[in-house]
Design a protein around this ligand. Structure first.
Ligand code: IPE
Ligand code: IPE
Ligand code: MG
Length: 262
């Protein structure tokens, strides 16, 4: 089913169709999977003299633009961190606003997803999410499952440690039931138990907002991701920043612990 992800990227898009400058990019070396920690919404809003929640609202609009741009560039998968397992620690009013925003986003964007051939999936645990959000998630999956363009993984109630524990528990259960031998547990088996099952690991991890940390995102999967950060807050992040990040990625030498022979 995911075979296409591992094939070479589609023929390069024509620059004149795009709203941003891609002339320096190598269209044959576009990262297949980009992970984004969408950070800085609250600080962005504060800097405008607005309440933090306004930043979340604007952040949702940024995601729409970035998914469109990534799709145009031939990126196959975007994993966007929307709400972490630790974000429940925030004031209830902010948490409720984000849940409501997610629910509205997953309603209003269905048309946009279908117009742009975007397939929506989710990373994270359903447990604890409001019923309405879970229904909108199911609906978004159902309505976009036949789309063949970019895959948008929305990480909601997601934590990398929780994901690893979840995988360990389901593997242990299979061993207990005699369906799996301990000696056959390897990377491939482990990855089949992660939320990102069947998808390639992120090539590029982008963090706006200026903080230099992972904040519990895709801990297993980013083992060899190239990291790119910017002080720009997520609501101000543009397709030009995406191009800048990909350009930086294209300048990196990925060695995976080995040596590059020149
Ligand atoms: C990221 O922006 C969105 C979520 C974590 C839900 P923040 O809300 O963390 O914004 P800052 O980092 O406080 O500015
Ligand atoms: C990471 O941002 C989570 C999301 C962007 C959803 P946080 O704002 O929660 O991370 P910390 O607290 O700065 O590490
Ligand atoms: Mg933050």
């Amino acid at each position: 089913m995911f075979k296409g992800l591992f094939q070479t990227t589609k023929s390069p898009v024509k620059q004149e169709k795009l709203q941003f400058d891609t002339s320096d990019l190598d269209m044959n070396n576009i990262p297949k999977h980009i992970a984004i920690i969408m950070d800085g919404n609250g600080r962005w809003a504060k800097a405008q003299g607005k309440v933090r929640t306004y930043g979340h609202q604007r952040g949702a609009e940024t995601l729409k633009k970035i998914v469109r741009a990534a799709n145009d560039l031939g990126v196959k998968v975007i994993s966007a961190y929307a709400f972490s397992t630790e974000n429940w620690k925030r004031p209830i009013t902010e948490v409720n606003f984000i849940m409501d925003l997610l629910s509205r986003y997953l309603t209003s964007e269905i048309q946009e997803f279908n117009d742009n051939n975007v397939q929506v999936r989710f990373l994270g645990s359903r447990a604890g999410l409001p019923q309405i959000v879970q229904e909108k998630m199911d609906n978004a999956i159902r309505q976009t499952q036949n789309n063949t363009g970019i895959i948008l993984n929305l990480a909601i109630n997601y934590g990398g440690q929780a994901e690893i524990l979840h995988a360990v528990q389901s593997i242990a259960q299979e061993v207990y039931e005699g369906k799996l031998d301990v000696s056959s547990i390897n990377n491939k088996v482990f990855e089949e138990h992660l939320y990102t099952q069947g998808l390639p690991a992120p090539d590029l991890l982008i963090r706006p907002g200026g903080d230099l940390r992972i904040s519990n995102f895709l801990l297993w999967q980013i083992a060899y991701a190239e990291i790119w950060t910017t002080k720009t807050y997520w609501p101000d992040f543009t397709p030009d920043h995406l191009v800048e990040a990909i350009l930086a990625y294209q300048g990196r030498e990925r060695r995976y612990g080995g040596l590059v022979t020149k």
